[in-house]
Ligand binder design. Structure first.
Ligand code: ADP
Length: 478
């Protein structure tokens, strides 16, 4: 079976978050099920060097935003179809925003073009390759099913995956004609979302299958608390909605071979983690002789991630002998709160503000626990990396975090299956309460190691989920 993945990010080429990790890893996992994937991506500056190794397989004069050519290239073992439209994608900085942080004003054209190119590949094929399934990811690709339904040609079936329903791609109604969308579909049963054009809304209305990235989030987004206004749309489509848990690339994230670590280790040599901790301490100026737990945070700094609440608990962590190492970027107020914490508690709190893939690996390798106090979390990947690295996740009971971490309650501890700490109340007092439980368990070295081993045994790869996607594709193609 042939599947065209359509996305705005794909690791290791372009990444702002978990979407990239998933799009980067899923095709390899699917290849084990005889699924031949190609990934359609915008040719951002980081992908431009690949263009000269590829070959042009299509050109379009009338995409939203003008001309674009498709270049087929194989890189890092995956077949990429790069949408080369320099007027749309050859821009500095993040994929979605200007260097000063505001959204590019023509994002509707940029991602409208991506979706329309996807629909054309799906309908006409390129280089003698035509997909059986088009799998679009998030709002940036969400018009793909709409363009497919709009065509009068026989189209392959479409799947739309929601990686985070908070990001919906909402634009003024006037862009409808610029995008070549049918004016008579501008109503609440199709493309309209409260007077605007909704990219994600439209995709959800027209996709043949809808998935999201954990079973728990699939239920949560049917409610007003988590659905972000799209719960009604999703309720009308529950027949085609399912939750398939994300996996991780267990080769890239393997503590026994990870080149970013000072010392590799496995479940039988957990003592070696201290050498990674020493490297972290060196980089962040932390006290190398501290005996309490080292907590890490690797995250976008946003309210979604609950890091505003976490910042208030730093004195509590330090008072109980813990250390905190943070890697993140985002909201300026949250960043300032952690900068202040670094100044107030030198030797106990350290941070790198920015994006650093290698340091993210080292933090997983050297920390004792990873803090993820998210207010909502579709799946979450950093807790899965934490499990794999024996770095116990401390997570809010939401979305995929609840699906993947087994709380260290009395029953789970006695059954030796606890893998982390789960709590309900994302507030300073709620986080302090769970931290108290972490400090207690950390003091019991044997018990802590038992939890680390249970965490490292947990299956966090793609095997099960690749099977679930394969099944979904098969069901759709009959
Ligand atoms: P989200 O997609 O909501 O940001 P996820 O947990 O699903 O959250 O995925 C986040 C991914 O981005 C993980 O691979 C994590 O390691 C990585 N990450 C987040 N912030 C940073 C950072 N500052 N530097 C390096 N990697 C980061």
């Amino acid at each position: 079976m042939k599947v065209l993945m359509v996305a705005s990010e794909c690791a290791p080429f372009i990444k702002t978050g978990g979407l990239a990790d998933v799009v980067g890893a899923l095709p390899a996992a699917l290849s084990g099920h005889d699924i031949d994937c190609r990934i359609l991506l915008p040719a951002y500056p980081s992908l431009q060097p690949l263009l000269s190794d590829g070959r042009q397989v299509a050109q379009y004069d009338d995409l939203p935003g003008g001309f674009g050519q498709l270049v087929l290239v194989t890189a890092e073992g995956v077949d990429l179809l790069l949408l080369d439209a320099p007027q749309l994608f050859d821009r500095p900085g993040q994929p979605y925003s200007t260097p000063d942080g505001s959204d590019w004003p023509d994002n509707h054209l940029r991602f409208g073009a991506l979706a329309q190119a996807a629909a054309r590949v799906a309908l006409d094929g390129v280089a003698a390759w035509r997909p059986d399934i088009v799998h679009a990811h998030d709002w940036q690709a969400a018009l793909t099913p709409v363009y497919l339904k709009q065509s009068d040609q026989k189209a392959p079936k479409s799947v739309l995956t929601i990686h985070n329903i908070a990001f919906q791609g909402r634009f003024g109604a006037h862009v409808l004609s610029e995008l070549g969308l049918r004016g008579d579909w501008f109503h609440p049963e199709a493309l309209e979302f409260h007077g605007d054009l909704g990219f994600l809304k439209g995709g959800l209305m027209f996709a043949d299958g809808i998935t999201t990235v954990s079973p728990n989030y699939a239920s949560e987004i049917l409610t007003p608390q988590y659905g972000m206004g799209l719960e009604g749309v999703l309720q009308s489509r529950t027949g085609v909605l399912s939750g398939i848990l994300n996996g991780i690339d267990t080769h890239v994230w393997d503590p026994s071979t990870d080149p970013a670590l000072a010392r590799g280790y496995n479940a039988r040599s957990l003592g070696r983690k201290v050498e990674n901790r020493a490297r972290i301490a060196q980089r962040l100026g932390l006290d190398p002789d501290a005996s309490g737990p080292l907590f890490c945070v690797i995250s976008r700094l946003t309210e979604q991630k609950g890091l505003d609440a976490l910042a208030s608990t730093v004195p509590h962590i330090v008072k109980h002998g813990g250390q905190l190492a943070l890697l993140g970027s985002g909201d300026a107020t949250i960043e300032q709160a952690f900068k202040d914490a670094c100044q107030t508690f030198p030797g106990s709190v350290g941070a790198v503000f920015g994006y650093d893939e290698e340091f993210a690996h080292l933090l997983q390798g050297g920390s004792d626990a990873i803090l993820i106090p998210s207010r909502f979390e579709p799946c979450g990947l950093t807790q899965l990396y934490g499990l794999r690295y024996g770095t116990l996740p401390v997570v809010a009971r939401t979305g995929g975090l609840a699906d993947t971490v087994i709380d260290a309650n009395v029953a789970a501890l006695s059954a030796e299956c606890a893998t982390g700490f789960v709590f309900d109340d994302v507030s300073a007092s709620g986080i302090e309460a769970v931290l108290n439980r972490v400090f207690d368990r950390f003091a019991e070295k044997g018990q802590w190691q038992m939890m680390q081993r249970a965490a490292m045994r947990q299956a966090v790869g793609w095997d099960q989920s690749a099977l679930a996607y394969t099944q979904l594709y098969q069901d759709l193609t009959g």
